[in-house]
Structures are given as C-alpha cells and as structure tokens.
Design a protein around this ligand. Structure first.
Ligand SMILES: Cc1ncc(COP(=O)(O)O)c(C=O)c1O
Length: 398
C-alpha cells in the first residue's frame, strides 16, 4: 500500500472528526519524529504538550516495559505500588493535599467541577452552583468541560449544556467581580490560556481573583492541563504567582505520553466534598499510567527539567524577537517558558503545513497564533534548527 492508499484506507474506518495532516509517523527519538519514509521532523508540538521528556527516553521506556510485565490493571477496588508512588509524587510537586487520577484532561475538569459543586452543596445547599469561567478558555470536549469552555463555536450545536456557567473576560478583574453573586461556587481559569492563543494570566488579576475567592467563600480552580508539569518554567505556572488554587487540574505531560490526568485539592476541599460513591473511574490511576507518572516526575527532579526550561527560555524568546523584528506579518510573541505563541497576520494553517514540508512540527492556537510547545528537553541546537527552518518558511511568505 502506498501512503495515499494508507491514508484513504484509514479514513474509511474512522469517524471523520479530525482534520489530519497527511503524515504517517512511525517512531520518535529525543526531540525528533520520523515518518514511514524515514523523513525526520523537529518537534515543536510535543503531541500537543504531552511529550515533555521527548521520545524514547531510556529510563521512562524501561519503567513502562517493566510495569507491563508486572501488572497492567486491577481497578480502583485495590491498592498497588505505582498508585502509592504517583500519589506521593504529584502531591509533592503541586503542593496540594490530595489527588484523584483521571484518564484525560476533560475528565479532570469534570472531577473538579463535581468537587466544587459538592463542596458548595455541603456548605451552602443546592443553589450555589454557578461557575465563572473565562472567554477564549478551553477545558475539553465532554459536556461539563464544554459548558465552561469560552468559545461559542465549540458549544453551539450541543445546548442545553450544564446550567450555571458564566463567562468573564480573562485578565479583566471587574468583569469577574460583576458576575459574582451568592450562588457562585467556583471561578475556573487556565493559568496560561493555551488553545485561546497563549495568554498568561496577569499577576495582579490572578492575585485579586484569589483574594476575591477567599473573601466570598468561592473555590478557585486552576486548569494547568496544558501549562502545567514544567512547561512554564515552574512545575506549575501558579507557583510563580505566589498563590495556590483550591482545585488544580493537570493531564497532558503528567504521564510523559500515556493517557492520564488528575485533579488535586486542598485538605479543606477534600474534607467537605466527594466521598466514596460520589465519583469514580474504571481505568483512572491504573498501574501502567501511575508508573508513568511517578517515573516522569522523578526524571523531572533528577534532571532538573524546570531549571533547563528557565535557563533556555531567554534563548527561545530571543529567536522569537528576531522573527518579530524581521517580518512585518509577525506582530508579537507571548507566553511563558516553553509555551510560546507568535501572532501572525498570514494564515497560520499554511505556516503549519509548510513546517511539515520543512520537517518542523508546529501547532496553531486560535485563528492567528503559531503555537510552539517543544519537548522540555529541547536544547540550543534544537532552537537554532527551528530558527533556521522557520526563517526559510517565513521568507517564502515575505
Ligand atoms: C487547558 C486545557 N484544559 C483541558 C483540556 C482537555 O484535555 P483532554 O484533551 O485531555 O481532554 C485541554 C486540551 O487541550 C487543555 O489545553
């Protein structure tokens, strides 16, 4: 079968829900992906922020192979060593008190919403169920997560959604304050908006929201599914703001490539919300994924991955500055750490396509942002190669 036939054959059996690029990836090594024709691609997408440690890391891969030989699944009716280790590691890195493992980011959001609602229900009764979320936010595709995703395009065909979601303007404190009433149970936001176009929360905005939540007995839920696990240069972006949420969601890079997410809560929230019978999942936190979590987090610590991100961020940003200086159609860059966006006036989709031709994997965010989420192990040589390749691509648009 040639590649075209392979693509056609694949699409014949799949529900046509994704617009895939015509690339057939075969394997990965470090910061590179290889397709079935052995063409090499420098990865600035990390499988949408998942492959923080790059591909085929020897220690990570060996741990997973060992776990496959030991035990894959038992259900949440029992205990196992990887669950113990992952629970301990996650609580330690995020500074929250208790964690619940899920299978995806959207499920972490669902769990966070249920936890916040149960907390408010226990403390104040049935009426306090409203959630203030942000315009241009993205929290996932399940019905609860969609209800708090601030993009009408994703929600339009699926009403009625979860009742009680209200939308404020990100980084506009007054717009949040205006929506708060006695029925508000939670304020939910990404610490750095990802899909919406790479917008970090302003320090003052986030700190004022934290104070508002404390004053009014509202829970602050931070979604760090995309920006968490070292991407911002801290293990979690909120840690550089000097605040702590009441509920934190994570996924993507948490397991280094296996499908796992989590939501973590403070002791206060845990003590007044979900109890046995309120929530659960068959697969969540199974031995394979929790082994992946504890191994990934231990590699982060041993190799000081966040130190590396912090050290190389100015180098990365220097390259982005160069693009802004040299090309009229590159308006600005914004982001934190290895989560960066270039704002373009040329079609972003065309740049992403050209990237693949040049052997460079890129992402988009919103209509006009070229999003870069390289593996967190990307080194100077990798950034230089991206600089060179993207310069060639941009020259073609100039
Ligand atoms: C900030 C944020 N929240 C939630 C999600 C949903 O995660 P998942 O696709 O694993 O359900 C995403 C996915 O892109 C995300 O970026």
């Amino acid at each position: 079968m040639n590649n075209e036939e392979y693509l056609r054959d694949t699409e014949q059996n799949l529900f046509h829900v994704y617009q895939r690029f015509p690339v057939i990836f075969h394997h990965g090594e470090g910061v590179y992906l290889y397709d079935t024709d052995q063409k090499k691609y420098l990865d600035f997408g990390s499988g949408i922020g998942v492959m923080a440690l790059g591909y085929h890391d020897a220690e990570y891969t060996q741990a997973l192979k060992d776990q496959v030989d030991l035990l894959l699944h038992t259900s949440n009716l029992y205990y196992h060593q990887p669950l113990h280790d992952a629970g301990e590691a996650v609580v330690k890195v995020c500074g929250m008190d208790r964690v619940f493992f899920t299978n995806s980011g959207a499920e972490a959001i669902e769990g966070a919403l249920k936890t916040a609602k149960k907390y408010a229900y226990q403390k104040h009764g049935k009426k306090k169920y409203e959630v203030i979320a942000m315009e241009h936010s993205f929290h996932g595709r399940t019905v609860g997560a969609l209800s708090v995703t601030g993009n009408e395009h994703y929600r339009e065909a699926f009403y009625p959604l979860m009742d009680g979601a209200r939308f404020a303007t990100f980084n506009d404190y007054e717009s949040v304050e205006e929506l708060v009433n006695e029925n508000t149970c939670a304020i939910l936001m990404e610490t750095i908006q990802g899909e919406g176009g790479i917008y970090p929360a302003d320090r003052e905005f986030l700190c004022k929201i934290r104070r508002l939540c404390d004053e009014k007995g509202i829970l602050l839920i931070l979604d760090e599914i995309q920006c968490g696990i070292g991407r911002s240069g801290s293990m979690f972006a909120f840690q550089s703001y000097g605040i702590r949420p009441d509920i934190l969601t994570m996924a993507k890079a948490l397991g280094g490539g296996v499908p796992v997410g989590a939501f973590a809560v403070t002791e206060e929230v845990a003590a007044h919300s979900l109890v046995p019978g309120d929530h659960g999942t068959t697969y969540g936190g199974n031995p394979l994924v929790t082994r992946a979590v504890s191994t990934s987090l231990s590699i982060f610590e041993k190799r000081d991955i966040t130190g590396h991100v912090k050290e190389l961020t100015p180098y990365f940003e220097g390259i982005l500055d160069d693009f802004v200086r040299r090309y009229d159609f590159v308006q600005e860059h914004r982001g934190m750490g290895f989560m960066q966006g270039l704002v373009l006036t040329i079609p972003v989709g065309d740049v992403v396509k050209k990237g693949l031709e040049e052997g460079l994997v890129l992402l988009s965010a919103g209509n006009n942002v070229l999003r870069m989420l390289p593996p967190l192990i990307m080194d100077k040589a990798g950034f230089d190669e991206m600089h060179e390749k993207l310069t060639r691509i941009f020259d073609g648009f100039a």
